[in-house]
Design a protein around this ligand. Structure first.
Ligand code: ATP
Ligand code: MG
Length: 456
């Protein structure tokens, strides 16, 4: 298939480790990318920049994905124009930039991101313009450069392809087309150094391998396990964004397996990693099932929320914290509350979970013991709870990982479909069941949550 898409591409002469300054230019007749496949607005931006006398290309993920016949998420443009010059060319543009300055050109709801060519940090001399931390990480990287330099500072060869919408040519500085054809994720330059400059590139390697089903080429893969701890230096907000891209883009399960294989999961979710060591079968089953469900929902176009996924990823780490607190003499219910609070706070030091996700996540957790207490009017009240559906799905997930709940998930499945009469009967039948009796619930509540968290 891919071979068919990329016809007669000239073969490279060696690894792209060696720096090259002239790109291979692949004419339109030798590749499958057609400008009609690009967003109309991306084409407009490139053409207007070219008419204004600048170089401009579609670049990065959109070129890569289109060559693979995948619908791109967005369209990035690289240009020789400075952000201010882009701003002056498009009335409908705004300058943005935290890590570096970019122009956003707005067309209704579509935004085309336009970045000025930037240099690879090795090639510029001014310490002012590009600072590195002690571990070699680039702290600021806002140095404009040439077309060639822009290609060299990109992460992977498959992300350094530039498509000229006017001529139809693809400019390939790093044998990216060859690597697309051979399904390889290959860093440009010296892998260890490129990871030290930006450790997030390790996550990106795994992300593209998972998304595209590619292999991480051996030199690119080799340093990852050793350098994985460098992720601890990355701001937690950036890592949260990366985790969403890794696990909520439709190939979450496969990507998790790769993260785990390359020791990249532990720096992101240290408590869950401990839980995998303690109880591998249960924890891996729960995490992988949660991701499989997420992937299926995405494939079906159903909504997915980070609240549910983070609830699942962290749930196996709760019991150990509860046990530690109980061992200090804290009673079960407050121990559960405190454990949840502390686990979440600790996790936010690694991946900063915004409140709009962490609040519903806690609600999903807090509903778990409540789902067992169904007597009187409680079951109907629970059904009305805005978080019921998520809590019920979460219960089924726990059961699918082997948690013993006495058929609670099945009971709720039946109850939701039951007629009012049947519901009354189901509640009456619970009467003899001590665990759901309102009279006994107070005395039992001390013990109850223990049943709702996975056993040690
Ligand atoms: P996606 O399909 O996820 O959007 P993408 O390749 O477009 O994939 P982006 O994060 O949108 O990824 O980045 C756009 C381009 O910018 C990349 O293709 C790559 O060329 C470059 N890039 C992004 N992040 C880095 C990085 N950390 N180091 C070097 N180059 C990067
Ligand atoms: Mg992109």
């Amino acid at each position: 298939m891919i071979r068919k898409l990329l016809q007669k591409i000239p073969s490279p002469f060696g690894l792209p480790q060696r720096k090259r300054t002239t790109p291979t230019v692949i004419p339109a007749s030798q590749h499958s990318l057609r400008r009609e496949r690009l967003s109309r607005h991306a084409v407009t931006v490139v053409e207007r920049l070219q008419q204004a006398g600048y170089q401009a290309f579609a670049v990065g993920g959109c070129v890569r994905d289109l060559l693979l016949n995948i619908e791109p998420k967005d369209f990035d443009i690289a240009t020789s124009a400075t952000p201010e010059q882009v701003r002056a060319t498009f009335r409908n543009s705004r300058l943005i930039g935290r890590r570096f300055k970019l122009a956003h050109v707005h067309f209704g709801r579509e935004i085309i991101e336009v970045a000025t060519f930037r240099a690879n940090h090795e090639e510029e001399t001014s310490a002012e313009q590009s600072r590195q931390s002690e571990s070699g990480r680039l702290l600021r990287d806002n140095v404009y450069g040439t077309f060639e330099q822009d290609a060299q500072r990109r992460d992977f060869t498959i992300n350094a392809l530039y498509y000229d919408v006017s001529s139809g040519q693809i400019h390939d500085f790093a044998h990216g087309v060859h690597d697309i054809r051979n399904q390889q994720i290959r860093l440009i330059g010296q892998p260890e150094q490129r990871y030290q400059e930006d450790p997030v590139r390790m996550l990106r390697a795994v992300r593209f391998a998972g998304k595209l089903g590619f292999e991480i080429e051996p030199h690119t893969a080799a340093p990852i396990e050793k350098l994985a701890p460098l992720l601890h230096d990355i701001p937690a907000a950036r890592l949260f964004d990366e985790v969403l891209k890794l696990l909520m883009s439709g190939q979450g399960q496969r990507t998790f397996d790769l993260l785990y294989e390359y020791d990249l999961f532990a720096p992101l979710f240290p408590d869950t990693d401990e839980a995998i060591i303690d109880r591998p079968d249960y924890t891996l089953q729960l995490v992988r099932q949660a991701l499989t469900n997420t992937d299926e929902r995405i494939a079906q176009g159903k909504p997915v929320t980070p609240a549910f996924l983070f609830a699942a990823l962290l749930w196996p780490a709760l019991p150990q914290r509860v046990r530690d607190l109980e061992a200090q003499g804290i009673p079960s219910i407050p121990a559960h509350q405190q454990a949840a609070h502390e686990l979440l706070a600790e996790q936010c030091r690694h991946t900063a979970i915004p409140k709009r996700f962490s609040i519903p996540m806690r609600e999903i957790w807090d509903m778990q013991p409540r789902l067992a207490r169904r007597s009187g009017r409680r079951a109907d009240q629970l059904l009305e709870h805005p978080r019921f559906r998520a809590a019920y799905d979460f219960l089924l997930l726990r059961e699918s990982a082997g948690e013993q709940t006495d058929g609670l998930g099945h009971w709720w499945t039946l109850y939701q479909d039951a007629s009012p009469d049947e519901r009354r009967r189901m509640i009456r039948e619970l009467g003899s069941d001590k665990s759901s009796s309102p009279k006994r619930s107070r005395s039992r509540s001390r013990r109850k949550p223990r049943n709702n968290a996975p056993d040690a």
